[in-house]
Design a protein around this ligand. Structure first.
Ligand SMILES: [Zn+2]
Length: 256
């Protein structure tokens, strides 16, 4: 293969991935769009799972670890905050750093907000993973305010790469998380590609990743589904909660 055709192949596979309407790097996913169309393979099982979504009840021994209180600088009726209460939760909010595909800091600071019901279900998932597998969670992105989506759009004004703020995404509704798993020593489990990696390896259908990574992805997908979180085909890290879908939001958290 010539150097040129190799380069062309890279570009094509990059575009194919980013053009997938279900893609969500930088928010290129939306509630009404084609996200569902690309979930045909998983849809039947997922919908069934959504019906069976676990009602969350907290184990006192674990919820005691949640005693560290989040700041009281937001509307608790509208939002819930996930904080690093113990070693089983890591926040690695990439858009609050330059370590993301734009190589620019988009968020003024790293905080993880979700709609209250979504937070509750995510903490239920976390508790279950700790108890059953001694695994914790790492969160790469949560609620993404529309002004920040606008900022992303300004840097990359191309719907193949970034969601159009006018349409909005599940992240803009506080209904989505980008998540991975960690072990009890804080090691990140191998998922076959990095967060926000542009390539086939990030698809749930990827076959060119290790057995271990496939196993980890499958576990995340299976257990998230029981808490009402559904995947999209092109990003192993992206899950959205599809019950009681909330409005798009412009609210931006404080950084003091
Ligand atoms: Zn996402």
């Amino acid at each position: 293969m010539s150097k040129y055709s190799f380069y062309l192949l890279i570009v094509i596979s990059f575009l194919a991935c980013k053009q997938t309407p279900s893609g969500d790097s930088g928010g290129n996913e939306n509630q009404n769009g084609n996200e569902n169309e690309n979930e045909n393979v998983q849809a039947a099982v997922a919908e069934q799972r959504l019906e069976e979504t676990k009602e969350v009840t907290f184990d006192k021994s674990i919820s005691d670890n949640l005693s560290k209180k989040p700041k009281d600088d937001f509307n608790r009726e509208e939002w819930g905050e996930i904080i690093e209460t113990d070693s089983m939760t890591i926040l690695d909010i990439r858009y609050a750093t330059e370590n993301n595909f734009t190589e620019k800091q988009i968020y003024d600071c790293a905080r993880c907000f979700l709609r209250p019901e979504v937070k509750k279900q995510l903490l239920g998932f976390r508790e279950h993973m700790i108890k059953k597998y001694e695994l914790g969670i790492i969160l790469y992105d949560c609620y993404r305010p529309r002004p920040y989506q606008q900022k992303l759009w300004k840097i990359v004004p191309d719907e193949r790469f970034v969601g159009n703020p006018a349409k909005g995404s599940m992240h803009n509704r506080g209904m989505a998380v980008d998540i991975g798993l960690i072990d009890k020593n804080g090691n990140i489990l191998d998922m076959g590609s990095e967060f926000d990696h542009f390539g086939q390896e990030s698809f749930h259908s990827a076959t060119n990743i290790s057995e271990e990574a496939l196993k980890n992805r499958k576990l995340l997908k299976k257990e998230m589904a029981y808490y009402g979180f559904l995947p999209i085909t092109s990003e192993w890290w992206h899950y959205s909660y599809r019950k009681n879908i909330q409005e798009l939001s412009d609210w931006v958290w404080d950084c003091d």
